[in-house]
Design a protein around this ligand. Structure first.
Ligand code: CAA
Length: 440
């Protein structure tokens, strides 16, 4: 069976930066360490006044097409995943295609376009759609362009304000891909939840603490479901485990849960038993409460073991490097985590061809999906081409007043005009709602 997966990736950050411990925390009267140590964030990316989900998505896609020498005829499908859409009818992919058609001679008239919505997991769902389209043999030799683009803004004063972000990830999905092959096996954990909603409103209504619990519950179910089709997952099977990262502290919790899961009934559990006892099994307890208490105590002890710390440092921490500097990109977040891991491998001269990644995606509402990816022999060239470090250091750093202005400018209910903080550099810029970006 020919491999199908991600051939190339590009990341596009919003052009503004908010320093969380340095600027945000003091204004909120909070300890900066809540951000650096608790949430695990140093900064958030924000869109300048001329940026939105269309321009960021189109800019990421354009950079990808240029680098790969692609023309519109090479693309048979454009899917945009977003939870920041401004149009309930016309998909964002049509706006993005409109931008790209300004700079190419050809057009996307014979490409299928759509928009995927299921909170942050929609980026991975779009990947799956592209994978299935190619596997079904409907692609006529063409590739799919998948764009995950979001402005993850919360109302001012909402707890979520600490975890904002803005950016886009564009991915080319092809046969015989350069970067990673996607597994046919997937696992799901899905349930009707109301932890995070946007019913016809721009900023989300969030039950933050509950959303953390729902993320963990659905992720555990997805892992079990994945194992039911792919076989048991063990600690040493995966070089990295990129997970959806609303903030790195969330992934720290998910990682501990995953580690407990993949070490049960293994020599690692036997080894750890001398230090912290065996994992509690529900059948050994008279009530659910007793089991939960025992599990909590075991997890607290597990967190402090060297074995877990080593696994976390090698497999999880490298996935969080970019996220720490950009905040939550919703649909793009897990795809940023993959790029972050592979960048770490490149910077450390790690041989990755044939190595596996355990990819955990999550969307509120709620659904988690787990699949695995196998790194392909073109990965070095693809990851070397990323200019994300340069983009991050080129961002304009906002003062608190700048932040309030730009937040108002992006608030659809306010009619506020703000001067640009940065100068667009050969990129698509926002040209008013309902119109496509113009290239400046
Ligand atoms: N030093 C070190 N750590 C500190 C600290 C300090 N001075 N002060 C606080 N902390 C720690 C806290 O102990 C806490 O860690 P634990 O959860 O491990 O205990 C962490 O920093 C955050 O502190 P709080 O819980 O007090 O922070 P908060 O009340 O501002 O709420 C939040 C945090 C619930 C995540 C909130 O930011 C939020 O609602 N965010 C949006 C929702 C979200 O991202 N949910 C994630 C799951 S849903 C999802 O993944 C989908 C999505 O993308 C939105």
């Amino acid at each position: 069976m020919t491999a199908v997966g991600i051939d190339a990736v590009e990341i596009w950050t919003g052009n503004l930066k908010l320093d969380l411990p340095g600027t945000f925390a003091p204004e909120k009267g909070e300890d900066p360490e809540k951000y650096t140590k608790g949430l695990g964030l140093n900064a958030s990316s924000f869109p300048d006044s001329y940026e939105d989900i269309v321009t960021m998505g189109a800019n990421a896609a354009h950079r990808l097409m240029e680098r790969k020498g692609l023309e519109p005829d090479d693309i048979g499908r454009i899917d945009v995943a977003t939870e920041s859409a401004f149009d309930n009818s016309k998909p964002v992919s049509t706006y993005v295609a409109g931008c790209l058609e300004q700079v190419y001679e050809g057009d996307f008239h014979h490409a299928n376009k759509g928009e995927r919505k299921f909170a942050c997991i929609a980026g991975t769902q779009s990947l799956d759609d592209a994978y299935n389209w190619i596997r079904a043999g409907r692609n006529r030799g063409r590739s799919a362009l998948v764009i995950a683009t979001d402005t993850a803004l919360y109302a001012r004063g909402d707890d979520g304000e600490a975890t904002q972000g803005a950016g886009a990830v564009a991915m080319l999905i092809s046969e015989d891909p350069n970067l990673v092959e996607l597994s046919a096996e997937q696992g799901y954990g899905s349930a009707d939840e109301t932890d995070f909603l946007k019913p016809n409103q721009q900023f989300p209504s969030v039950d933050g603490k509950r959303s953390v619990q729902v993320y963990l519950a659905r992720m555990r179910e997805a892992l079990e479901d994945f194992e039911s089709v792919a076989g048991e997952v063990h600690e040493e099977d995966f070089a990295y485990a990129p997970f959806h990262t609303p903030f790195p502290g969330m992934v720290r919790k998910a990682a501990l849960l995953a580690f407990r899961h993949v070490t049960r009934n293994t020599a690692v559990e036997d080894e750890l038993a001398e230090e912290i006892g065996r994992q509690p099994r529900p059948e050994a307890f008279d009530s659910d409460d007793e089991y939960r208490d025992a599990l909590r105590a075991y997890m607290d002890a597990l967190k402090d073991t060297d074995r877990y710390a080593e696994w976390y440092d090698a497999t999880i921490d490298p996935t969080l490097t970019i996220s720490r500097e950009v905040g939550n990109w919703y649909t793009g977040s897990v795809h940023v985590a993959r790029a972050s891991a592979l960048k770490h491998a490149l910077e450390n001269d790690r041989g990755m061809v044939g190595e596996k990644l355990l990819v955990g995606s999550y969307g509120s509402g709620a659904q988690a999906e787990i699949h695995s990816e196998t790194v392909r022999d073109g990965w070095v060239e693809e990851i070397e081409a990323l200019n994300v470090d340069e983009q991050l250091s080129d961002r304009y750093e906002m003062s608190w007043d700048d932040y309030e202005e730009i937040h108002d400018a992006h608030n659809h209910e306010m009619d506020v005009d703000v001067e640009e903080f940065t100068t667009p550099d050969e990129e698509f810029v926002f040209d008013g709602w309902g119109r496509m970006g113009e290239r400046k």
